[in-house]
Design a protein around this ligand. Structure first.
Ligand SMILES: *Cc1c(COP(=O)(O)O)cnc(C)c1O
Length: 394
């Protein structure tokens, strides 16, 4: 396979000025990341700062209803509330070993910004976070958290003033500040080597799941399911199982309202190949190739592209990519909360929604693991708005 490519997807579609820091990062991944010293220090951070390993939780009530053994990989229990800290701790530590003194990051809903700011504070790095001006207003509590953690939050006024524009600004900043600064990218997407770096840092999810299943059940799962925004929690779960032909792999994209032609965040299902943010991948775009705005009730899935490894796994048929709508996700959110006592993030609720709505596709009597990428505390406001409007809560 061509370096930095997953089949026909991936690559490094970047301005020449971005090549030196990308090459430097690639060298650090080769020379620093695998070293015993680095791995031991990262392991200690993941264990004693972030809270690994995360439990694998059985769901007795939903299992009985579905006719499968349903398990949850509990990334929601991690520090800062989601899987994102696996990535930010790894990249922050790598930056430190590379001699960098600062991190720059993009953020949409603010979750990656908070996880980056926490890692930077812990490791004594400066932190700059670009955030679309619209998102700064929508996500005020996360802006507050980032500032408390010592990060400088810079609102982006260009384009649609959301995540896509924040990534462009952060890349520009990185070009100017590459000597002192590492770009802590938030998902398994972007120019090579980010899709590989972020995947390798998130694979702890799938490795633990494999070991926990073998220890508790004595077999591998029959199916693993995860929601796909940029694709980092999903590829972290999927990658360690790709060579196990018996394990079915299901990614779930956000279908938005589900009406024909509605804004959505499902580029594998509803997009076409194209180039954005340094990568060739599946993208939501109009007839002229202009990027279309994305939408999902879950801010963390709201991205018009997807990591190139998912585009590839979909193209070769090794993984299946389904969809869940906003309302299906909200139903799954309530189902897990009421039946199993766990309040999931709306992103993770999409993965669960696919399971609840595709019973005919589940391995009857088999073991299904859903990656519970995050907790729902951050989503109280949006859940309250929707459920009060629909009269389901009084
Ligand atoms: C950010 C986020 C996602 C989506 O990002 P991926 O890179 O696709 O994993 C999913 N779940 C939660 C809880 C998130 O915070």
């Amino acid at each position: 396979m061509k370096k930095g490519y997953f089949g026909e997807f991936g690559g490094q579609f970047v301005p020449e000025l971005l090549m030196p820091p990308l090459r430097e990062l690639e060298a650090a991944m080769r020379d620093i990341l695998p070293s015993d010293k680095f791995q031991a220090e990262l392991d200690d951070l993941l264990r004693n700062f972030a809270g690994r390993e995360t439990p694998l939780t059985a769901c007795p009530t939903l299992s009985a209803e579905l006719g499968v053994h349903l398990w949850l990989k509990r990334e929601d229990l991690l520090h800062t509330g989601a899987h994102k800290v696996n990535n930010t701790l790894g990249q922050a530590l790598l930056a430190k070993y590379m001699g960098k003194t600062a991190l720059v990051a993009e953020t949409g809903a603010g979750q990656h910004g908070v996880a980056t700011a926490a890692a930077a504070a812990r490791l004594g790095l400066e932190c700059v976070v670009y955030m679309g001006a619209t998102d700064v207003v929508r996500q005020a509590p996360n802006v507050m958290r980032m500032k408390l953690l010592g990060a400088k939050v810079l609102p982006v006024q260009s384009g649609t003033k959301t995540l896509k524009d924040a990534i462009n600004e952060a890349l520009r900043y990185w070009i100017a500040q590459q000597d002192s600064t590492h770009y802590c990218f938030g998902t398994a997407a972007g120019p090579h080597p980010f899709p590989t770096l972020v995947r390798d840092l998130q694979c702890v999810i799938g490795r633990e799941t494999r070991a926990q299943m073998l220890e508790r059940v004595g077999q591998l799962p029959d199916m693993v399911v995860a929601c796909v925004g940029g694709g980092s929690n999903a590829i972290g779960m999927f990658h360690p199982f790709v060579d196990d032909a018996s394990v079915r792999i299901v990614g779930v994209e956000a279908a938005g309202t589900g009406e024909p032609g509605c804004y959505n965040s499902a580029p594998i299902n509803l997009g076409r190949p194209g180039v954005l943010h340094g990568q060739m991948t599946m993208l939501l775009q109009d007839a002229d190739g202009q990027i279309e705005p994305s939408h999902s009730v879950s801010a963390g899935l709201d991205y018009p592209g997807v990591g190139p490894e998912h585009a590839h796994l979909g193209a070769i048929g090794r993984a299946v990519y389904g969809m869940a709508t906003d309302s299906q996700a909200l139903e799954a959110f309530q189902a897990l909360t009421r039946r199993e006592g766990i309040i999931p993030a709306l992103e993770s609720s999409h993965a669960l929604a696919w399971v609840l709505n595709n019973r005919d596709k589940l391995p009857a009597g088999g073991h299904v693991v859903v990656n519970l990428s995050g907790r729902g505390d951050k989503d109280m406001e949006i859940v309250r708005e929707v459920l009060f409007r629909e009269g389901e809560l009084a």
